[in-house]
Design a protein around this ligand. Structure first.
Ligand code: NCD
Length: 304
């Protein structure tokens, strides 16, 4: 039995196969509409979510399966003090696979170690968010054709942004990917992630001004300042509008650059940018559903 807790749980070949499968499903969804008949996914969300939870549910429903779960910690027995380890043991009796999001780093790993069914990490605190990374990779591969040689700017909350941590981890396995890490001092990429970059010898730089990076980027990955992980509101208020991607900044970028964002957006991308053909974040959401369909099949050992 396999779980997906970090993007590195999949080899590069498995990742490629997953993206190929997702593309196959996207091209002919009808063909896969019953491959998960009789299967159930449990979505266990101890933290708010719109896209990720509904994307898992839509993925299972479109494969013919069913869904159950909870969307807030206070509607589960966690409110009575039940541990994640106990909850997942119980869920293992009801469902075939589970997607879990939890505010505590490492909690999905604990869940996986007690589970009798595959567990997917749908976000553990400020740590990892591998299925967002699958979504991001599928979007990049579909729109740019390759990862090799790309210059990617990651902008915003690089400290708490788990999507950033997972995406960097995954991209480090490709050739000549350059990272431009754009953040205020207080929200720089954590040291353990910098160490991971250094270990591979990949090129990276840390800068503060988004304008300085714009002309060089193939991909701009914008992120929201993660309010819920701040210790005090004052710091959040001071930093929340540090970056606002607007049309004057977009004019500095290449014609074929793409802008991605895991969403939800707050203020960091002006609404006017949405109509620029380089803004691809809403399309990104669609890729997310197809790659989750492929992932569910893979973990349930359903050949497609
Ligand atoms: C992200 C998350 O939860 O980490 N959202 C998502 O799953 N698409 C990003 C965020 O909340 O800022």
């Amino acid at each position: 039995m396999r779980h997906l807790l970090t993007p590195l749980d999949l080899s590069v070949d498995e990742l490629e196969k997953l993206m190929d499968d997702a593309a196959k499903i996207k091209a002919d969804p009808e063909k896969y509409a019953h491959v998960c008949d009789g299967k159930i996914i449990a979505t266990l969300f101890y933290e708010p979510s719109t896209r990720t939870r509904l994307s898992f549910e839509a993925a299972m429903l479109r494969l013919g399966g069913k869904t159950m779960g909870f969307a807030t910690a206070d509607s589960s027995s966690a409110a009575k003090g039940e541990s994640v380890a106990d909850t997942i043991r119980i869920i293992s009796c009801f469902a075939d696979i589970a997607a879990m999001r939890h505010p505590k780093e490492g909690s999905t790993t604990v869940a996986a170690s007690h589970a009798l069914i595959p567990v997917i990490n749908a976000g553990d605190g400020g740590h990892q968010h591998p299925t967002q990374t699958l979504t991001d990779l599928m979007t990049i591969r579909s729109l740019k054709g390759t990862f090799n040689g790309m210059t990617i700017g990651l902008c915003g909350d690089l400290k708490f942004g788990r999507t950033v941590h997972s995406l960097i981890r995954a991209l480090l396995r490709y050739k000549d990917v350059r990272f431009i890490l754009i953040s205020p001092d207080e929200l720089k990429l954590p040291d353990y992630m910098i160490d991971e970059i250094k270990k591979t010898g990949a090129e990276y730089e840390e800068i503060t001004k988004l304008e300085d990076a714009m002309p060089r980027l193939d991909i701009l990955y914008m992120t929201r300042v993660q309010r819920e992980r701040f210790f005090n509101e004052e710091d959040y208020v001071r930093l929340k509008d540090f970056y606002i991607l607007d049309m004057p900044k977009m004019e500095l970028a290449k014609d074929d650059m793409i802008v991605l964002h895991p969403l939800p957006r707050v203020n960091e991308i002006a609404v006017e940018v949405d109509s620029d053909p380089r803004a691809r974040y809403f399309e990104q959401v669609q890729y997310g559903m197809y790659i989750r369909m492929a992932l569910i099949c893979m973990l349930l050992e359903i050949e497609i």
